[in-house]
Design a protein around this ligand. Structure first.
Ligand code: FES
Ligand code: FES
Length: 188
């Protein structure tokens, strides 16, 4: 006889960095705990565990999300990208390279979340999403230039206990420039 379904747990399948993982989880398990404790994907960090620090940021269907506030069961059927899935094999993503080149970290604990957030910032900016400091939000004004002020605002959900903010902003700016250069090369 098949076991009776449990009201408190389920077997779910998560797609993480393009790979499917099937695992049993308590319904109260957060995506962060599923990644770290069930799947050994410990690149995603736990800071506050209450949505305030951004250390646990991952991409869900390409948009940033704090994985400590996301239930694992609710992530079923969605594409999860963690820091382990950002590089292309041995080749770092340009955002990772910029953090490395410009020392966008000290202890590195917040860095996976900073990088996942920065990836989403570049997408959001390219799609013309305004931020709280964008002064001209008319669609015809086009995307606001990604100034240090814009970067600081857009990255403000990611805290760094080491205070490496100056070089984090420089790294995001460098990655944004590299992205523009790549897009221009494609158009040329
Ligand atoms: S651990 Fe998720 S926001 Fe701090
Ligand atoms: S580099 Fe240490 S917390 Fe950000």
């Amino acid at each position: 006889m098949a076991p009776a379904p449990s009201p408190t747990s389920s077997v779910i399948t998560l797609t993480i960095n393009g790979e499917k993982h099937t695992l049993p989880v308590d319904h109260r398990t957060t995506l962060l705990d599923a990644l770290r404790d069930h799947l050994d994907l410990t690149g995603t960090k736990k800071g506050c565990d209450q949505g305030q620090c951004g250390a646990c940021t991952v991409l869900l269907d390409g948009r940033r999300a704090v994985s400590c506030l996301q239930l694992a069961v609710a992530a079923e059927g969605r594409e999860v990208t963690t820091i382990e899935g950002v590089a292309d094999g041995d080749r770092l993503h340009p955002v990772q390279q910029a953090f490395l080149d410009l020392d966008g970290y000290q202890c590195g604990y917040c860095t996976p979340g900073q990088i996942c957030s920065a990836l989403a910032v570049l997408e959001e900016h390219a799609e013309g999403w305004p931020s709280a400091v964008t002064t001209d939000v008319r669609p015809e004004a086009g995307p606001a230039p990604l100034t240090p002020e814009e970067i600081r605002e857009r990255m403000s959900g990611n805290l760094c206990r080491c205070g490496a903010y100056v070089s984090i902003v420089q790294a995001v700016a460098r990655a944004a420039e590299a992205r523009t250069d790549r897009n221009e090369e494609v158009v040329a």
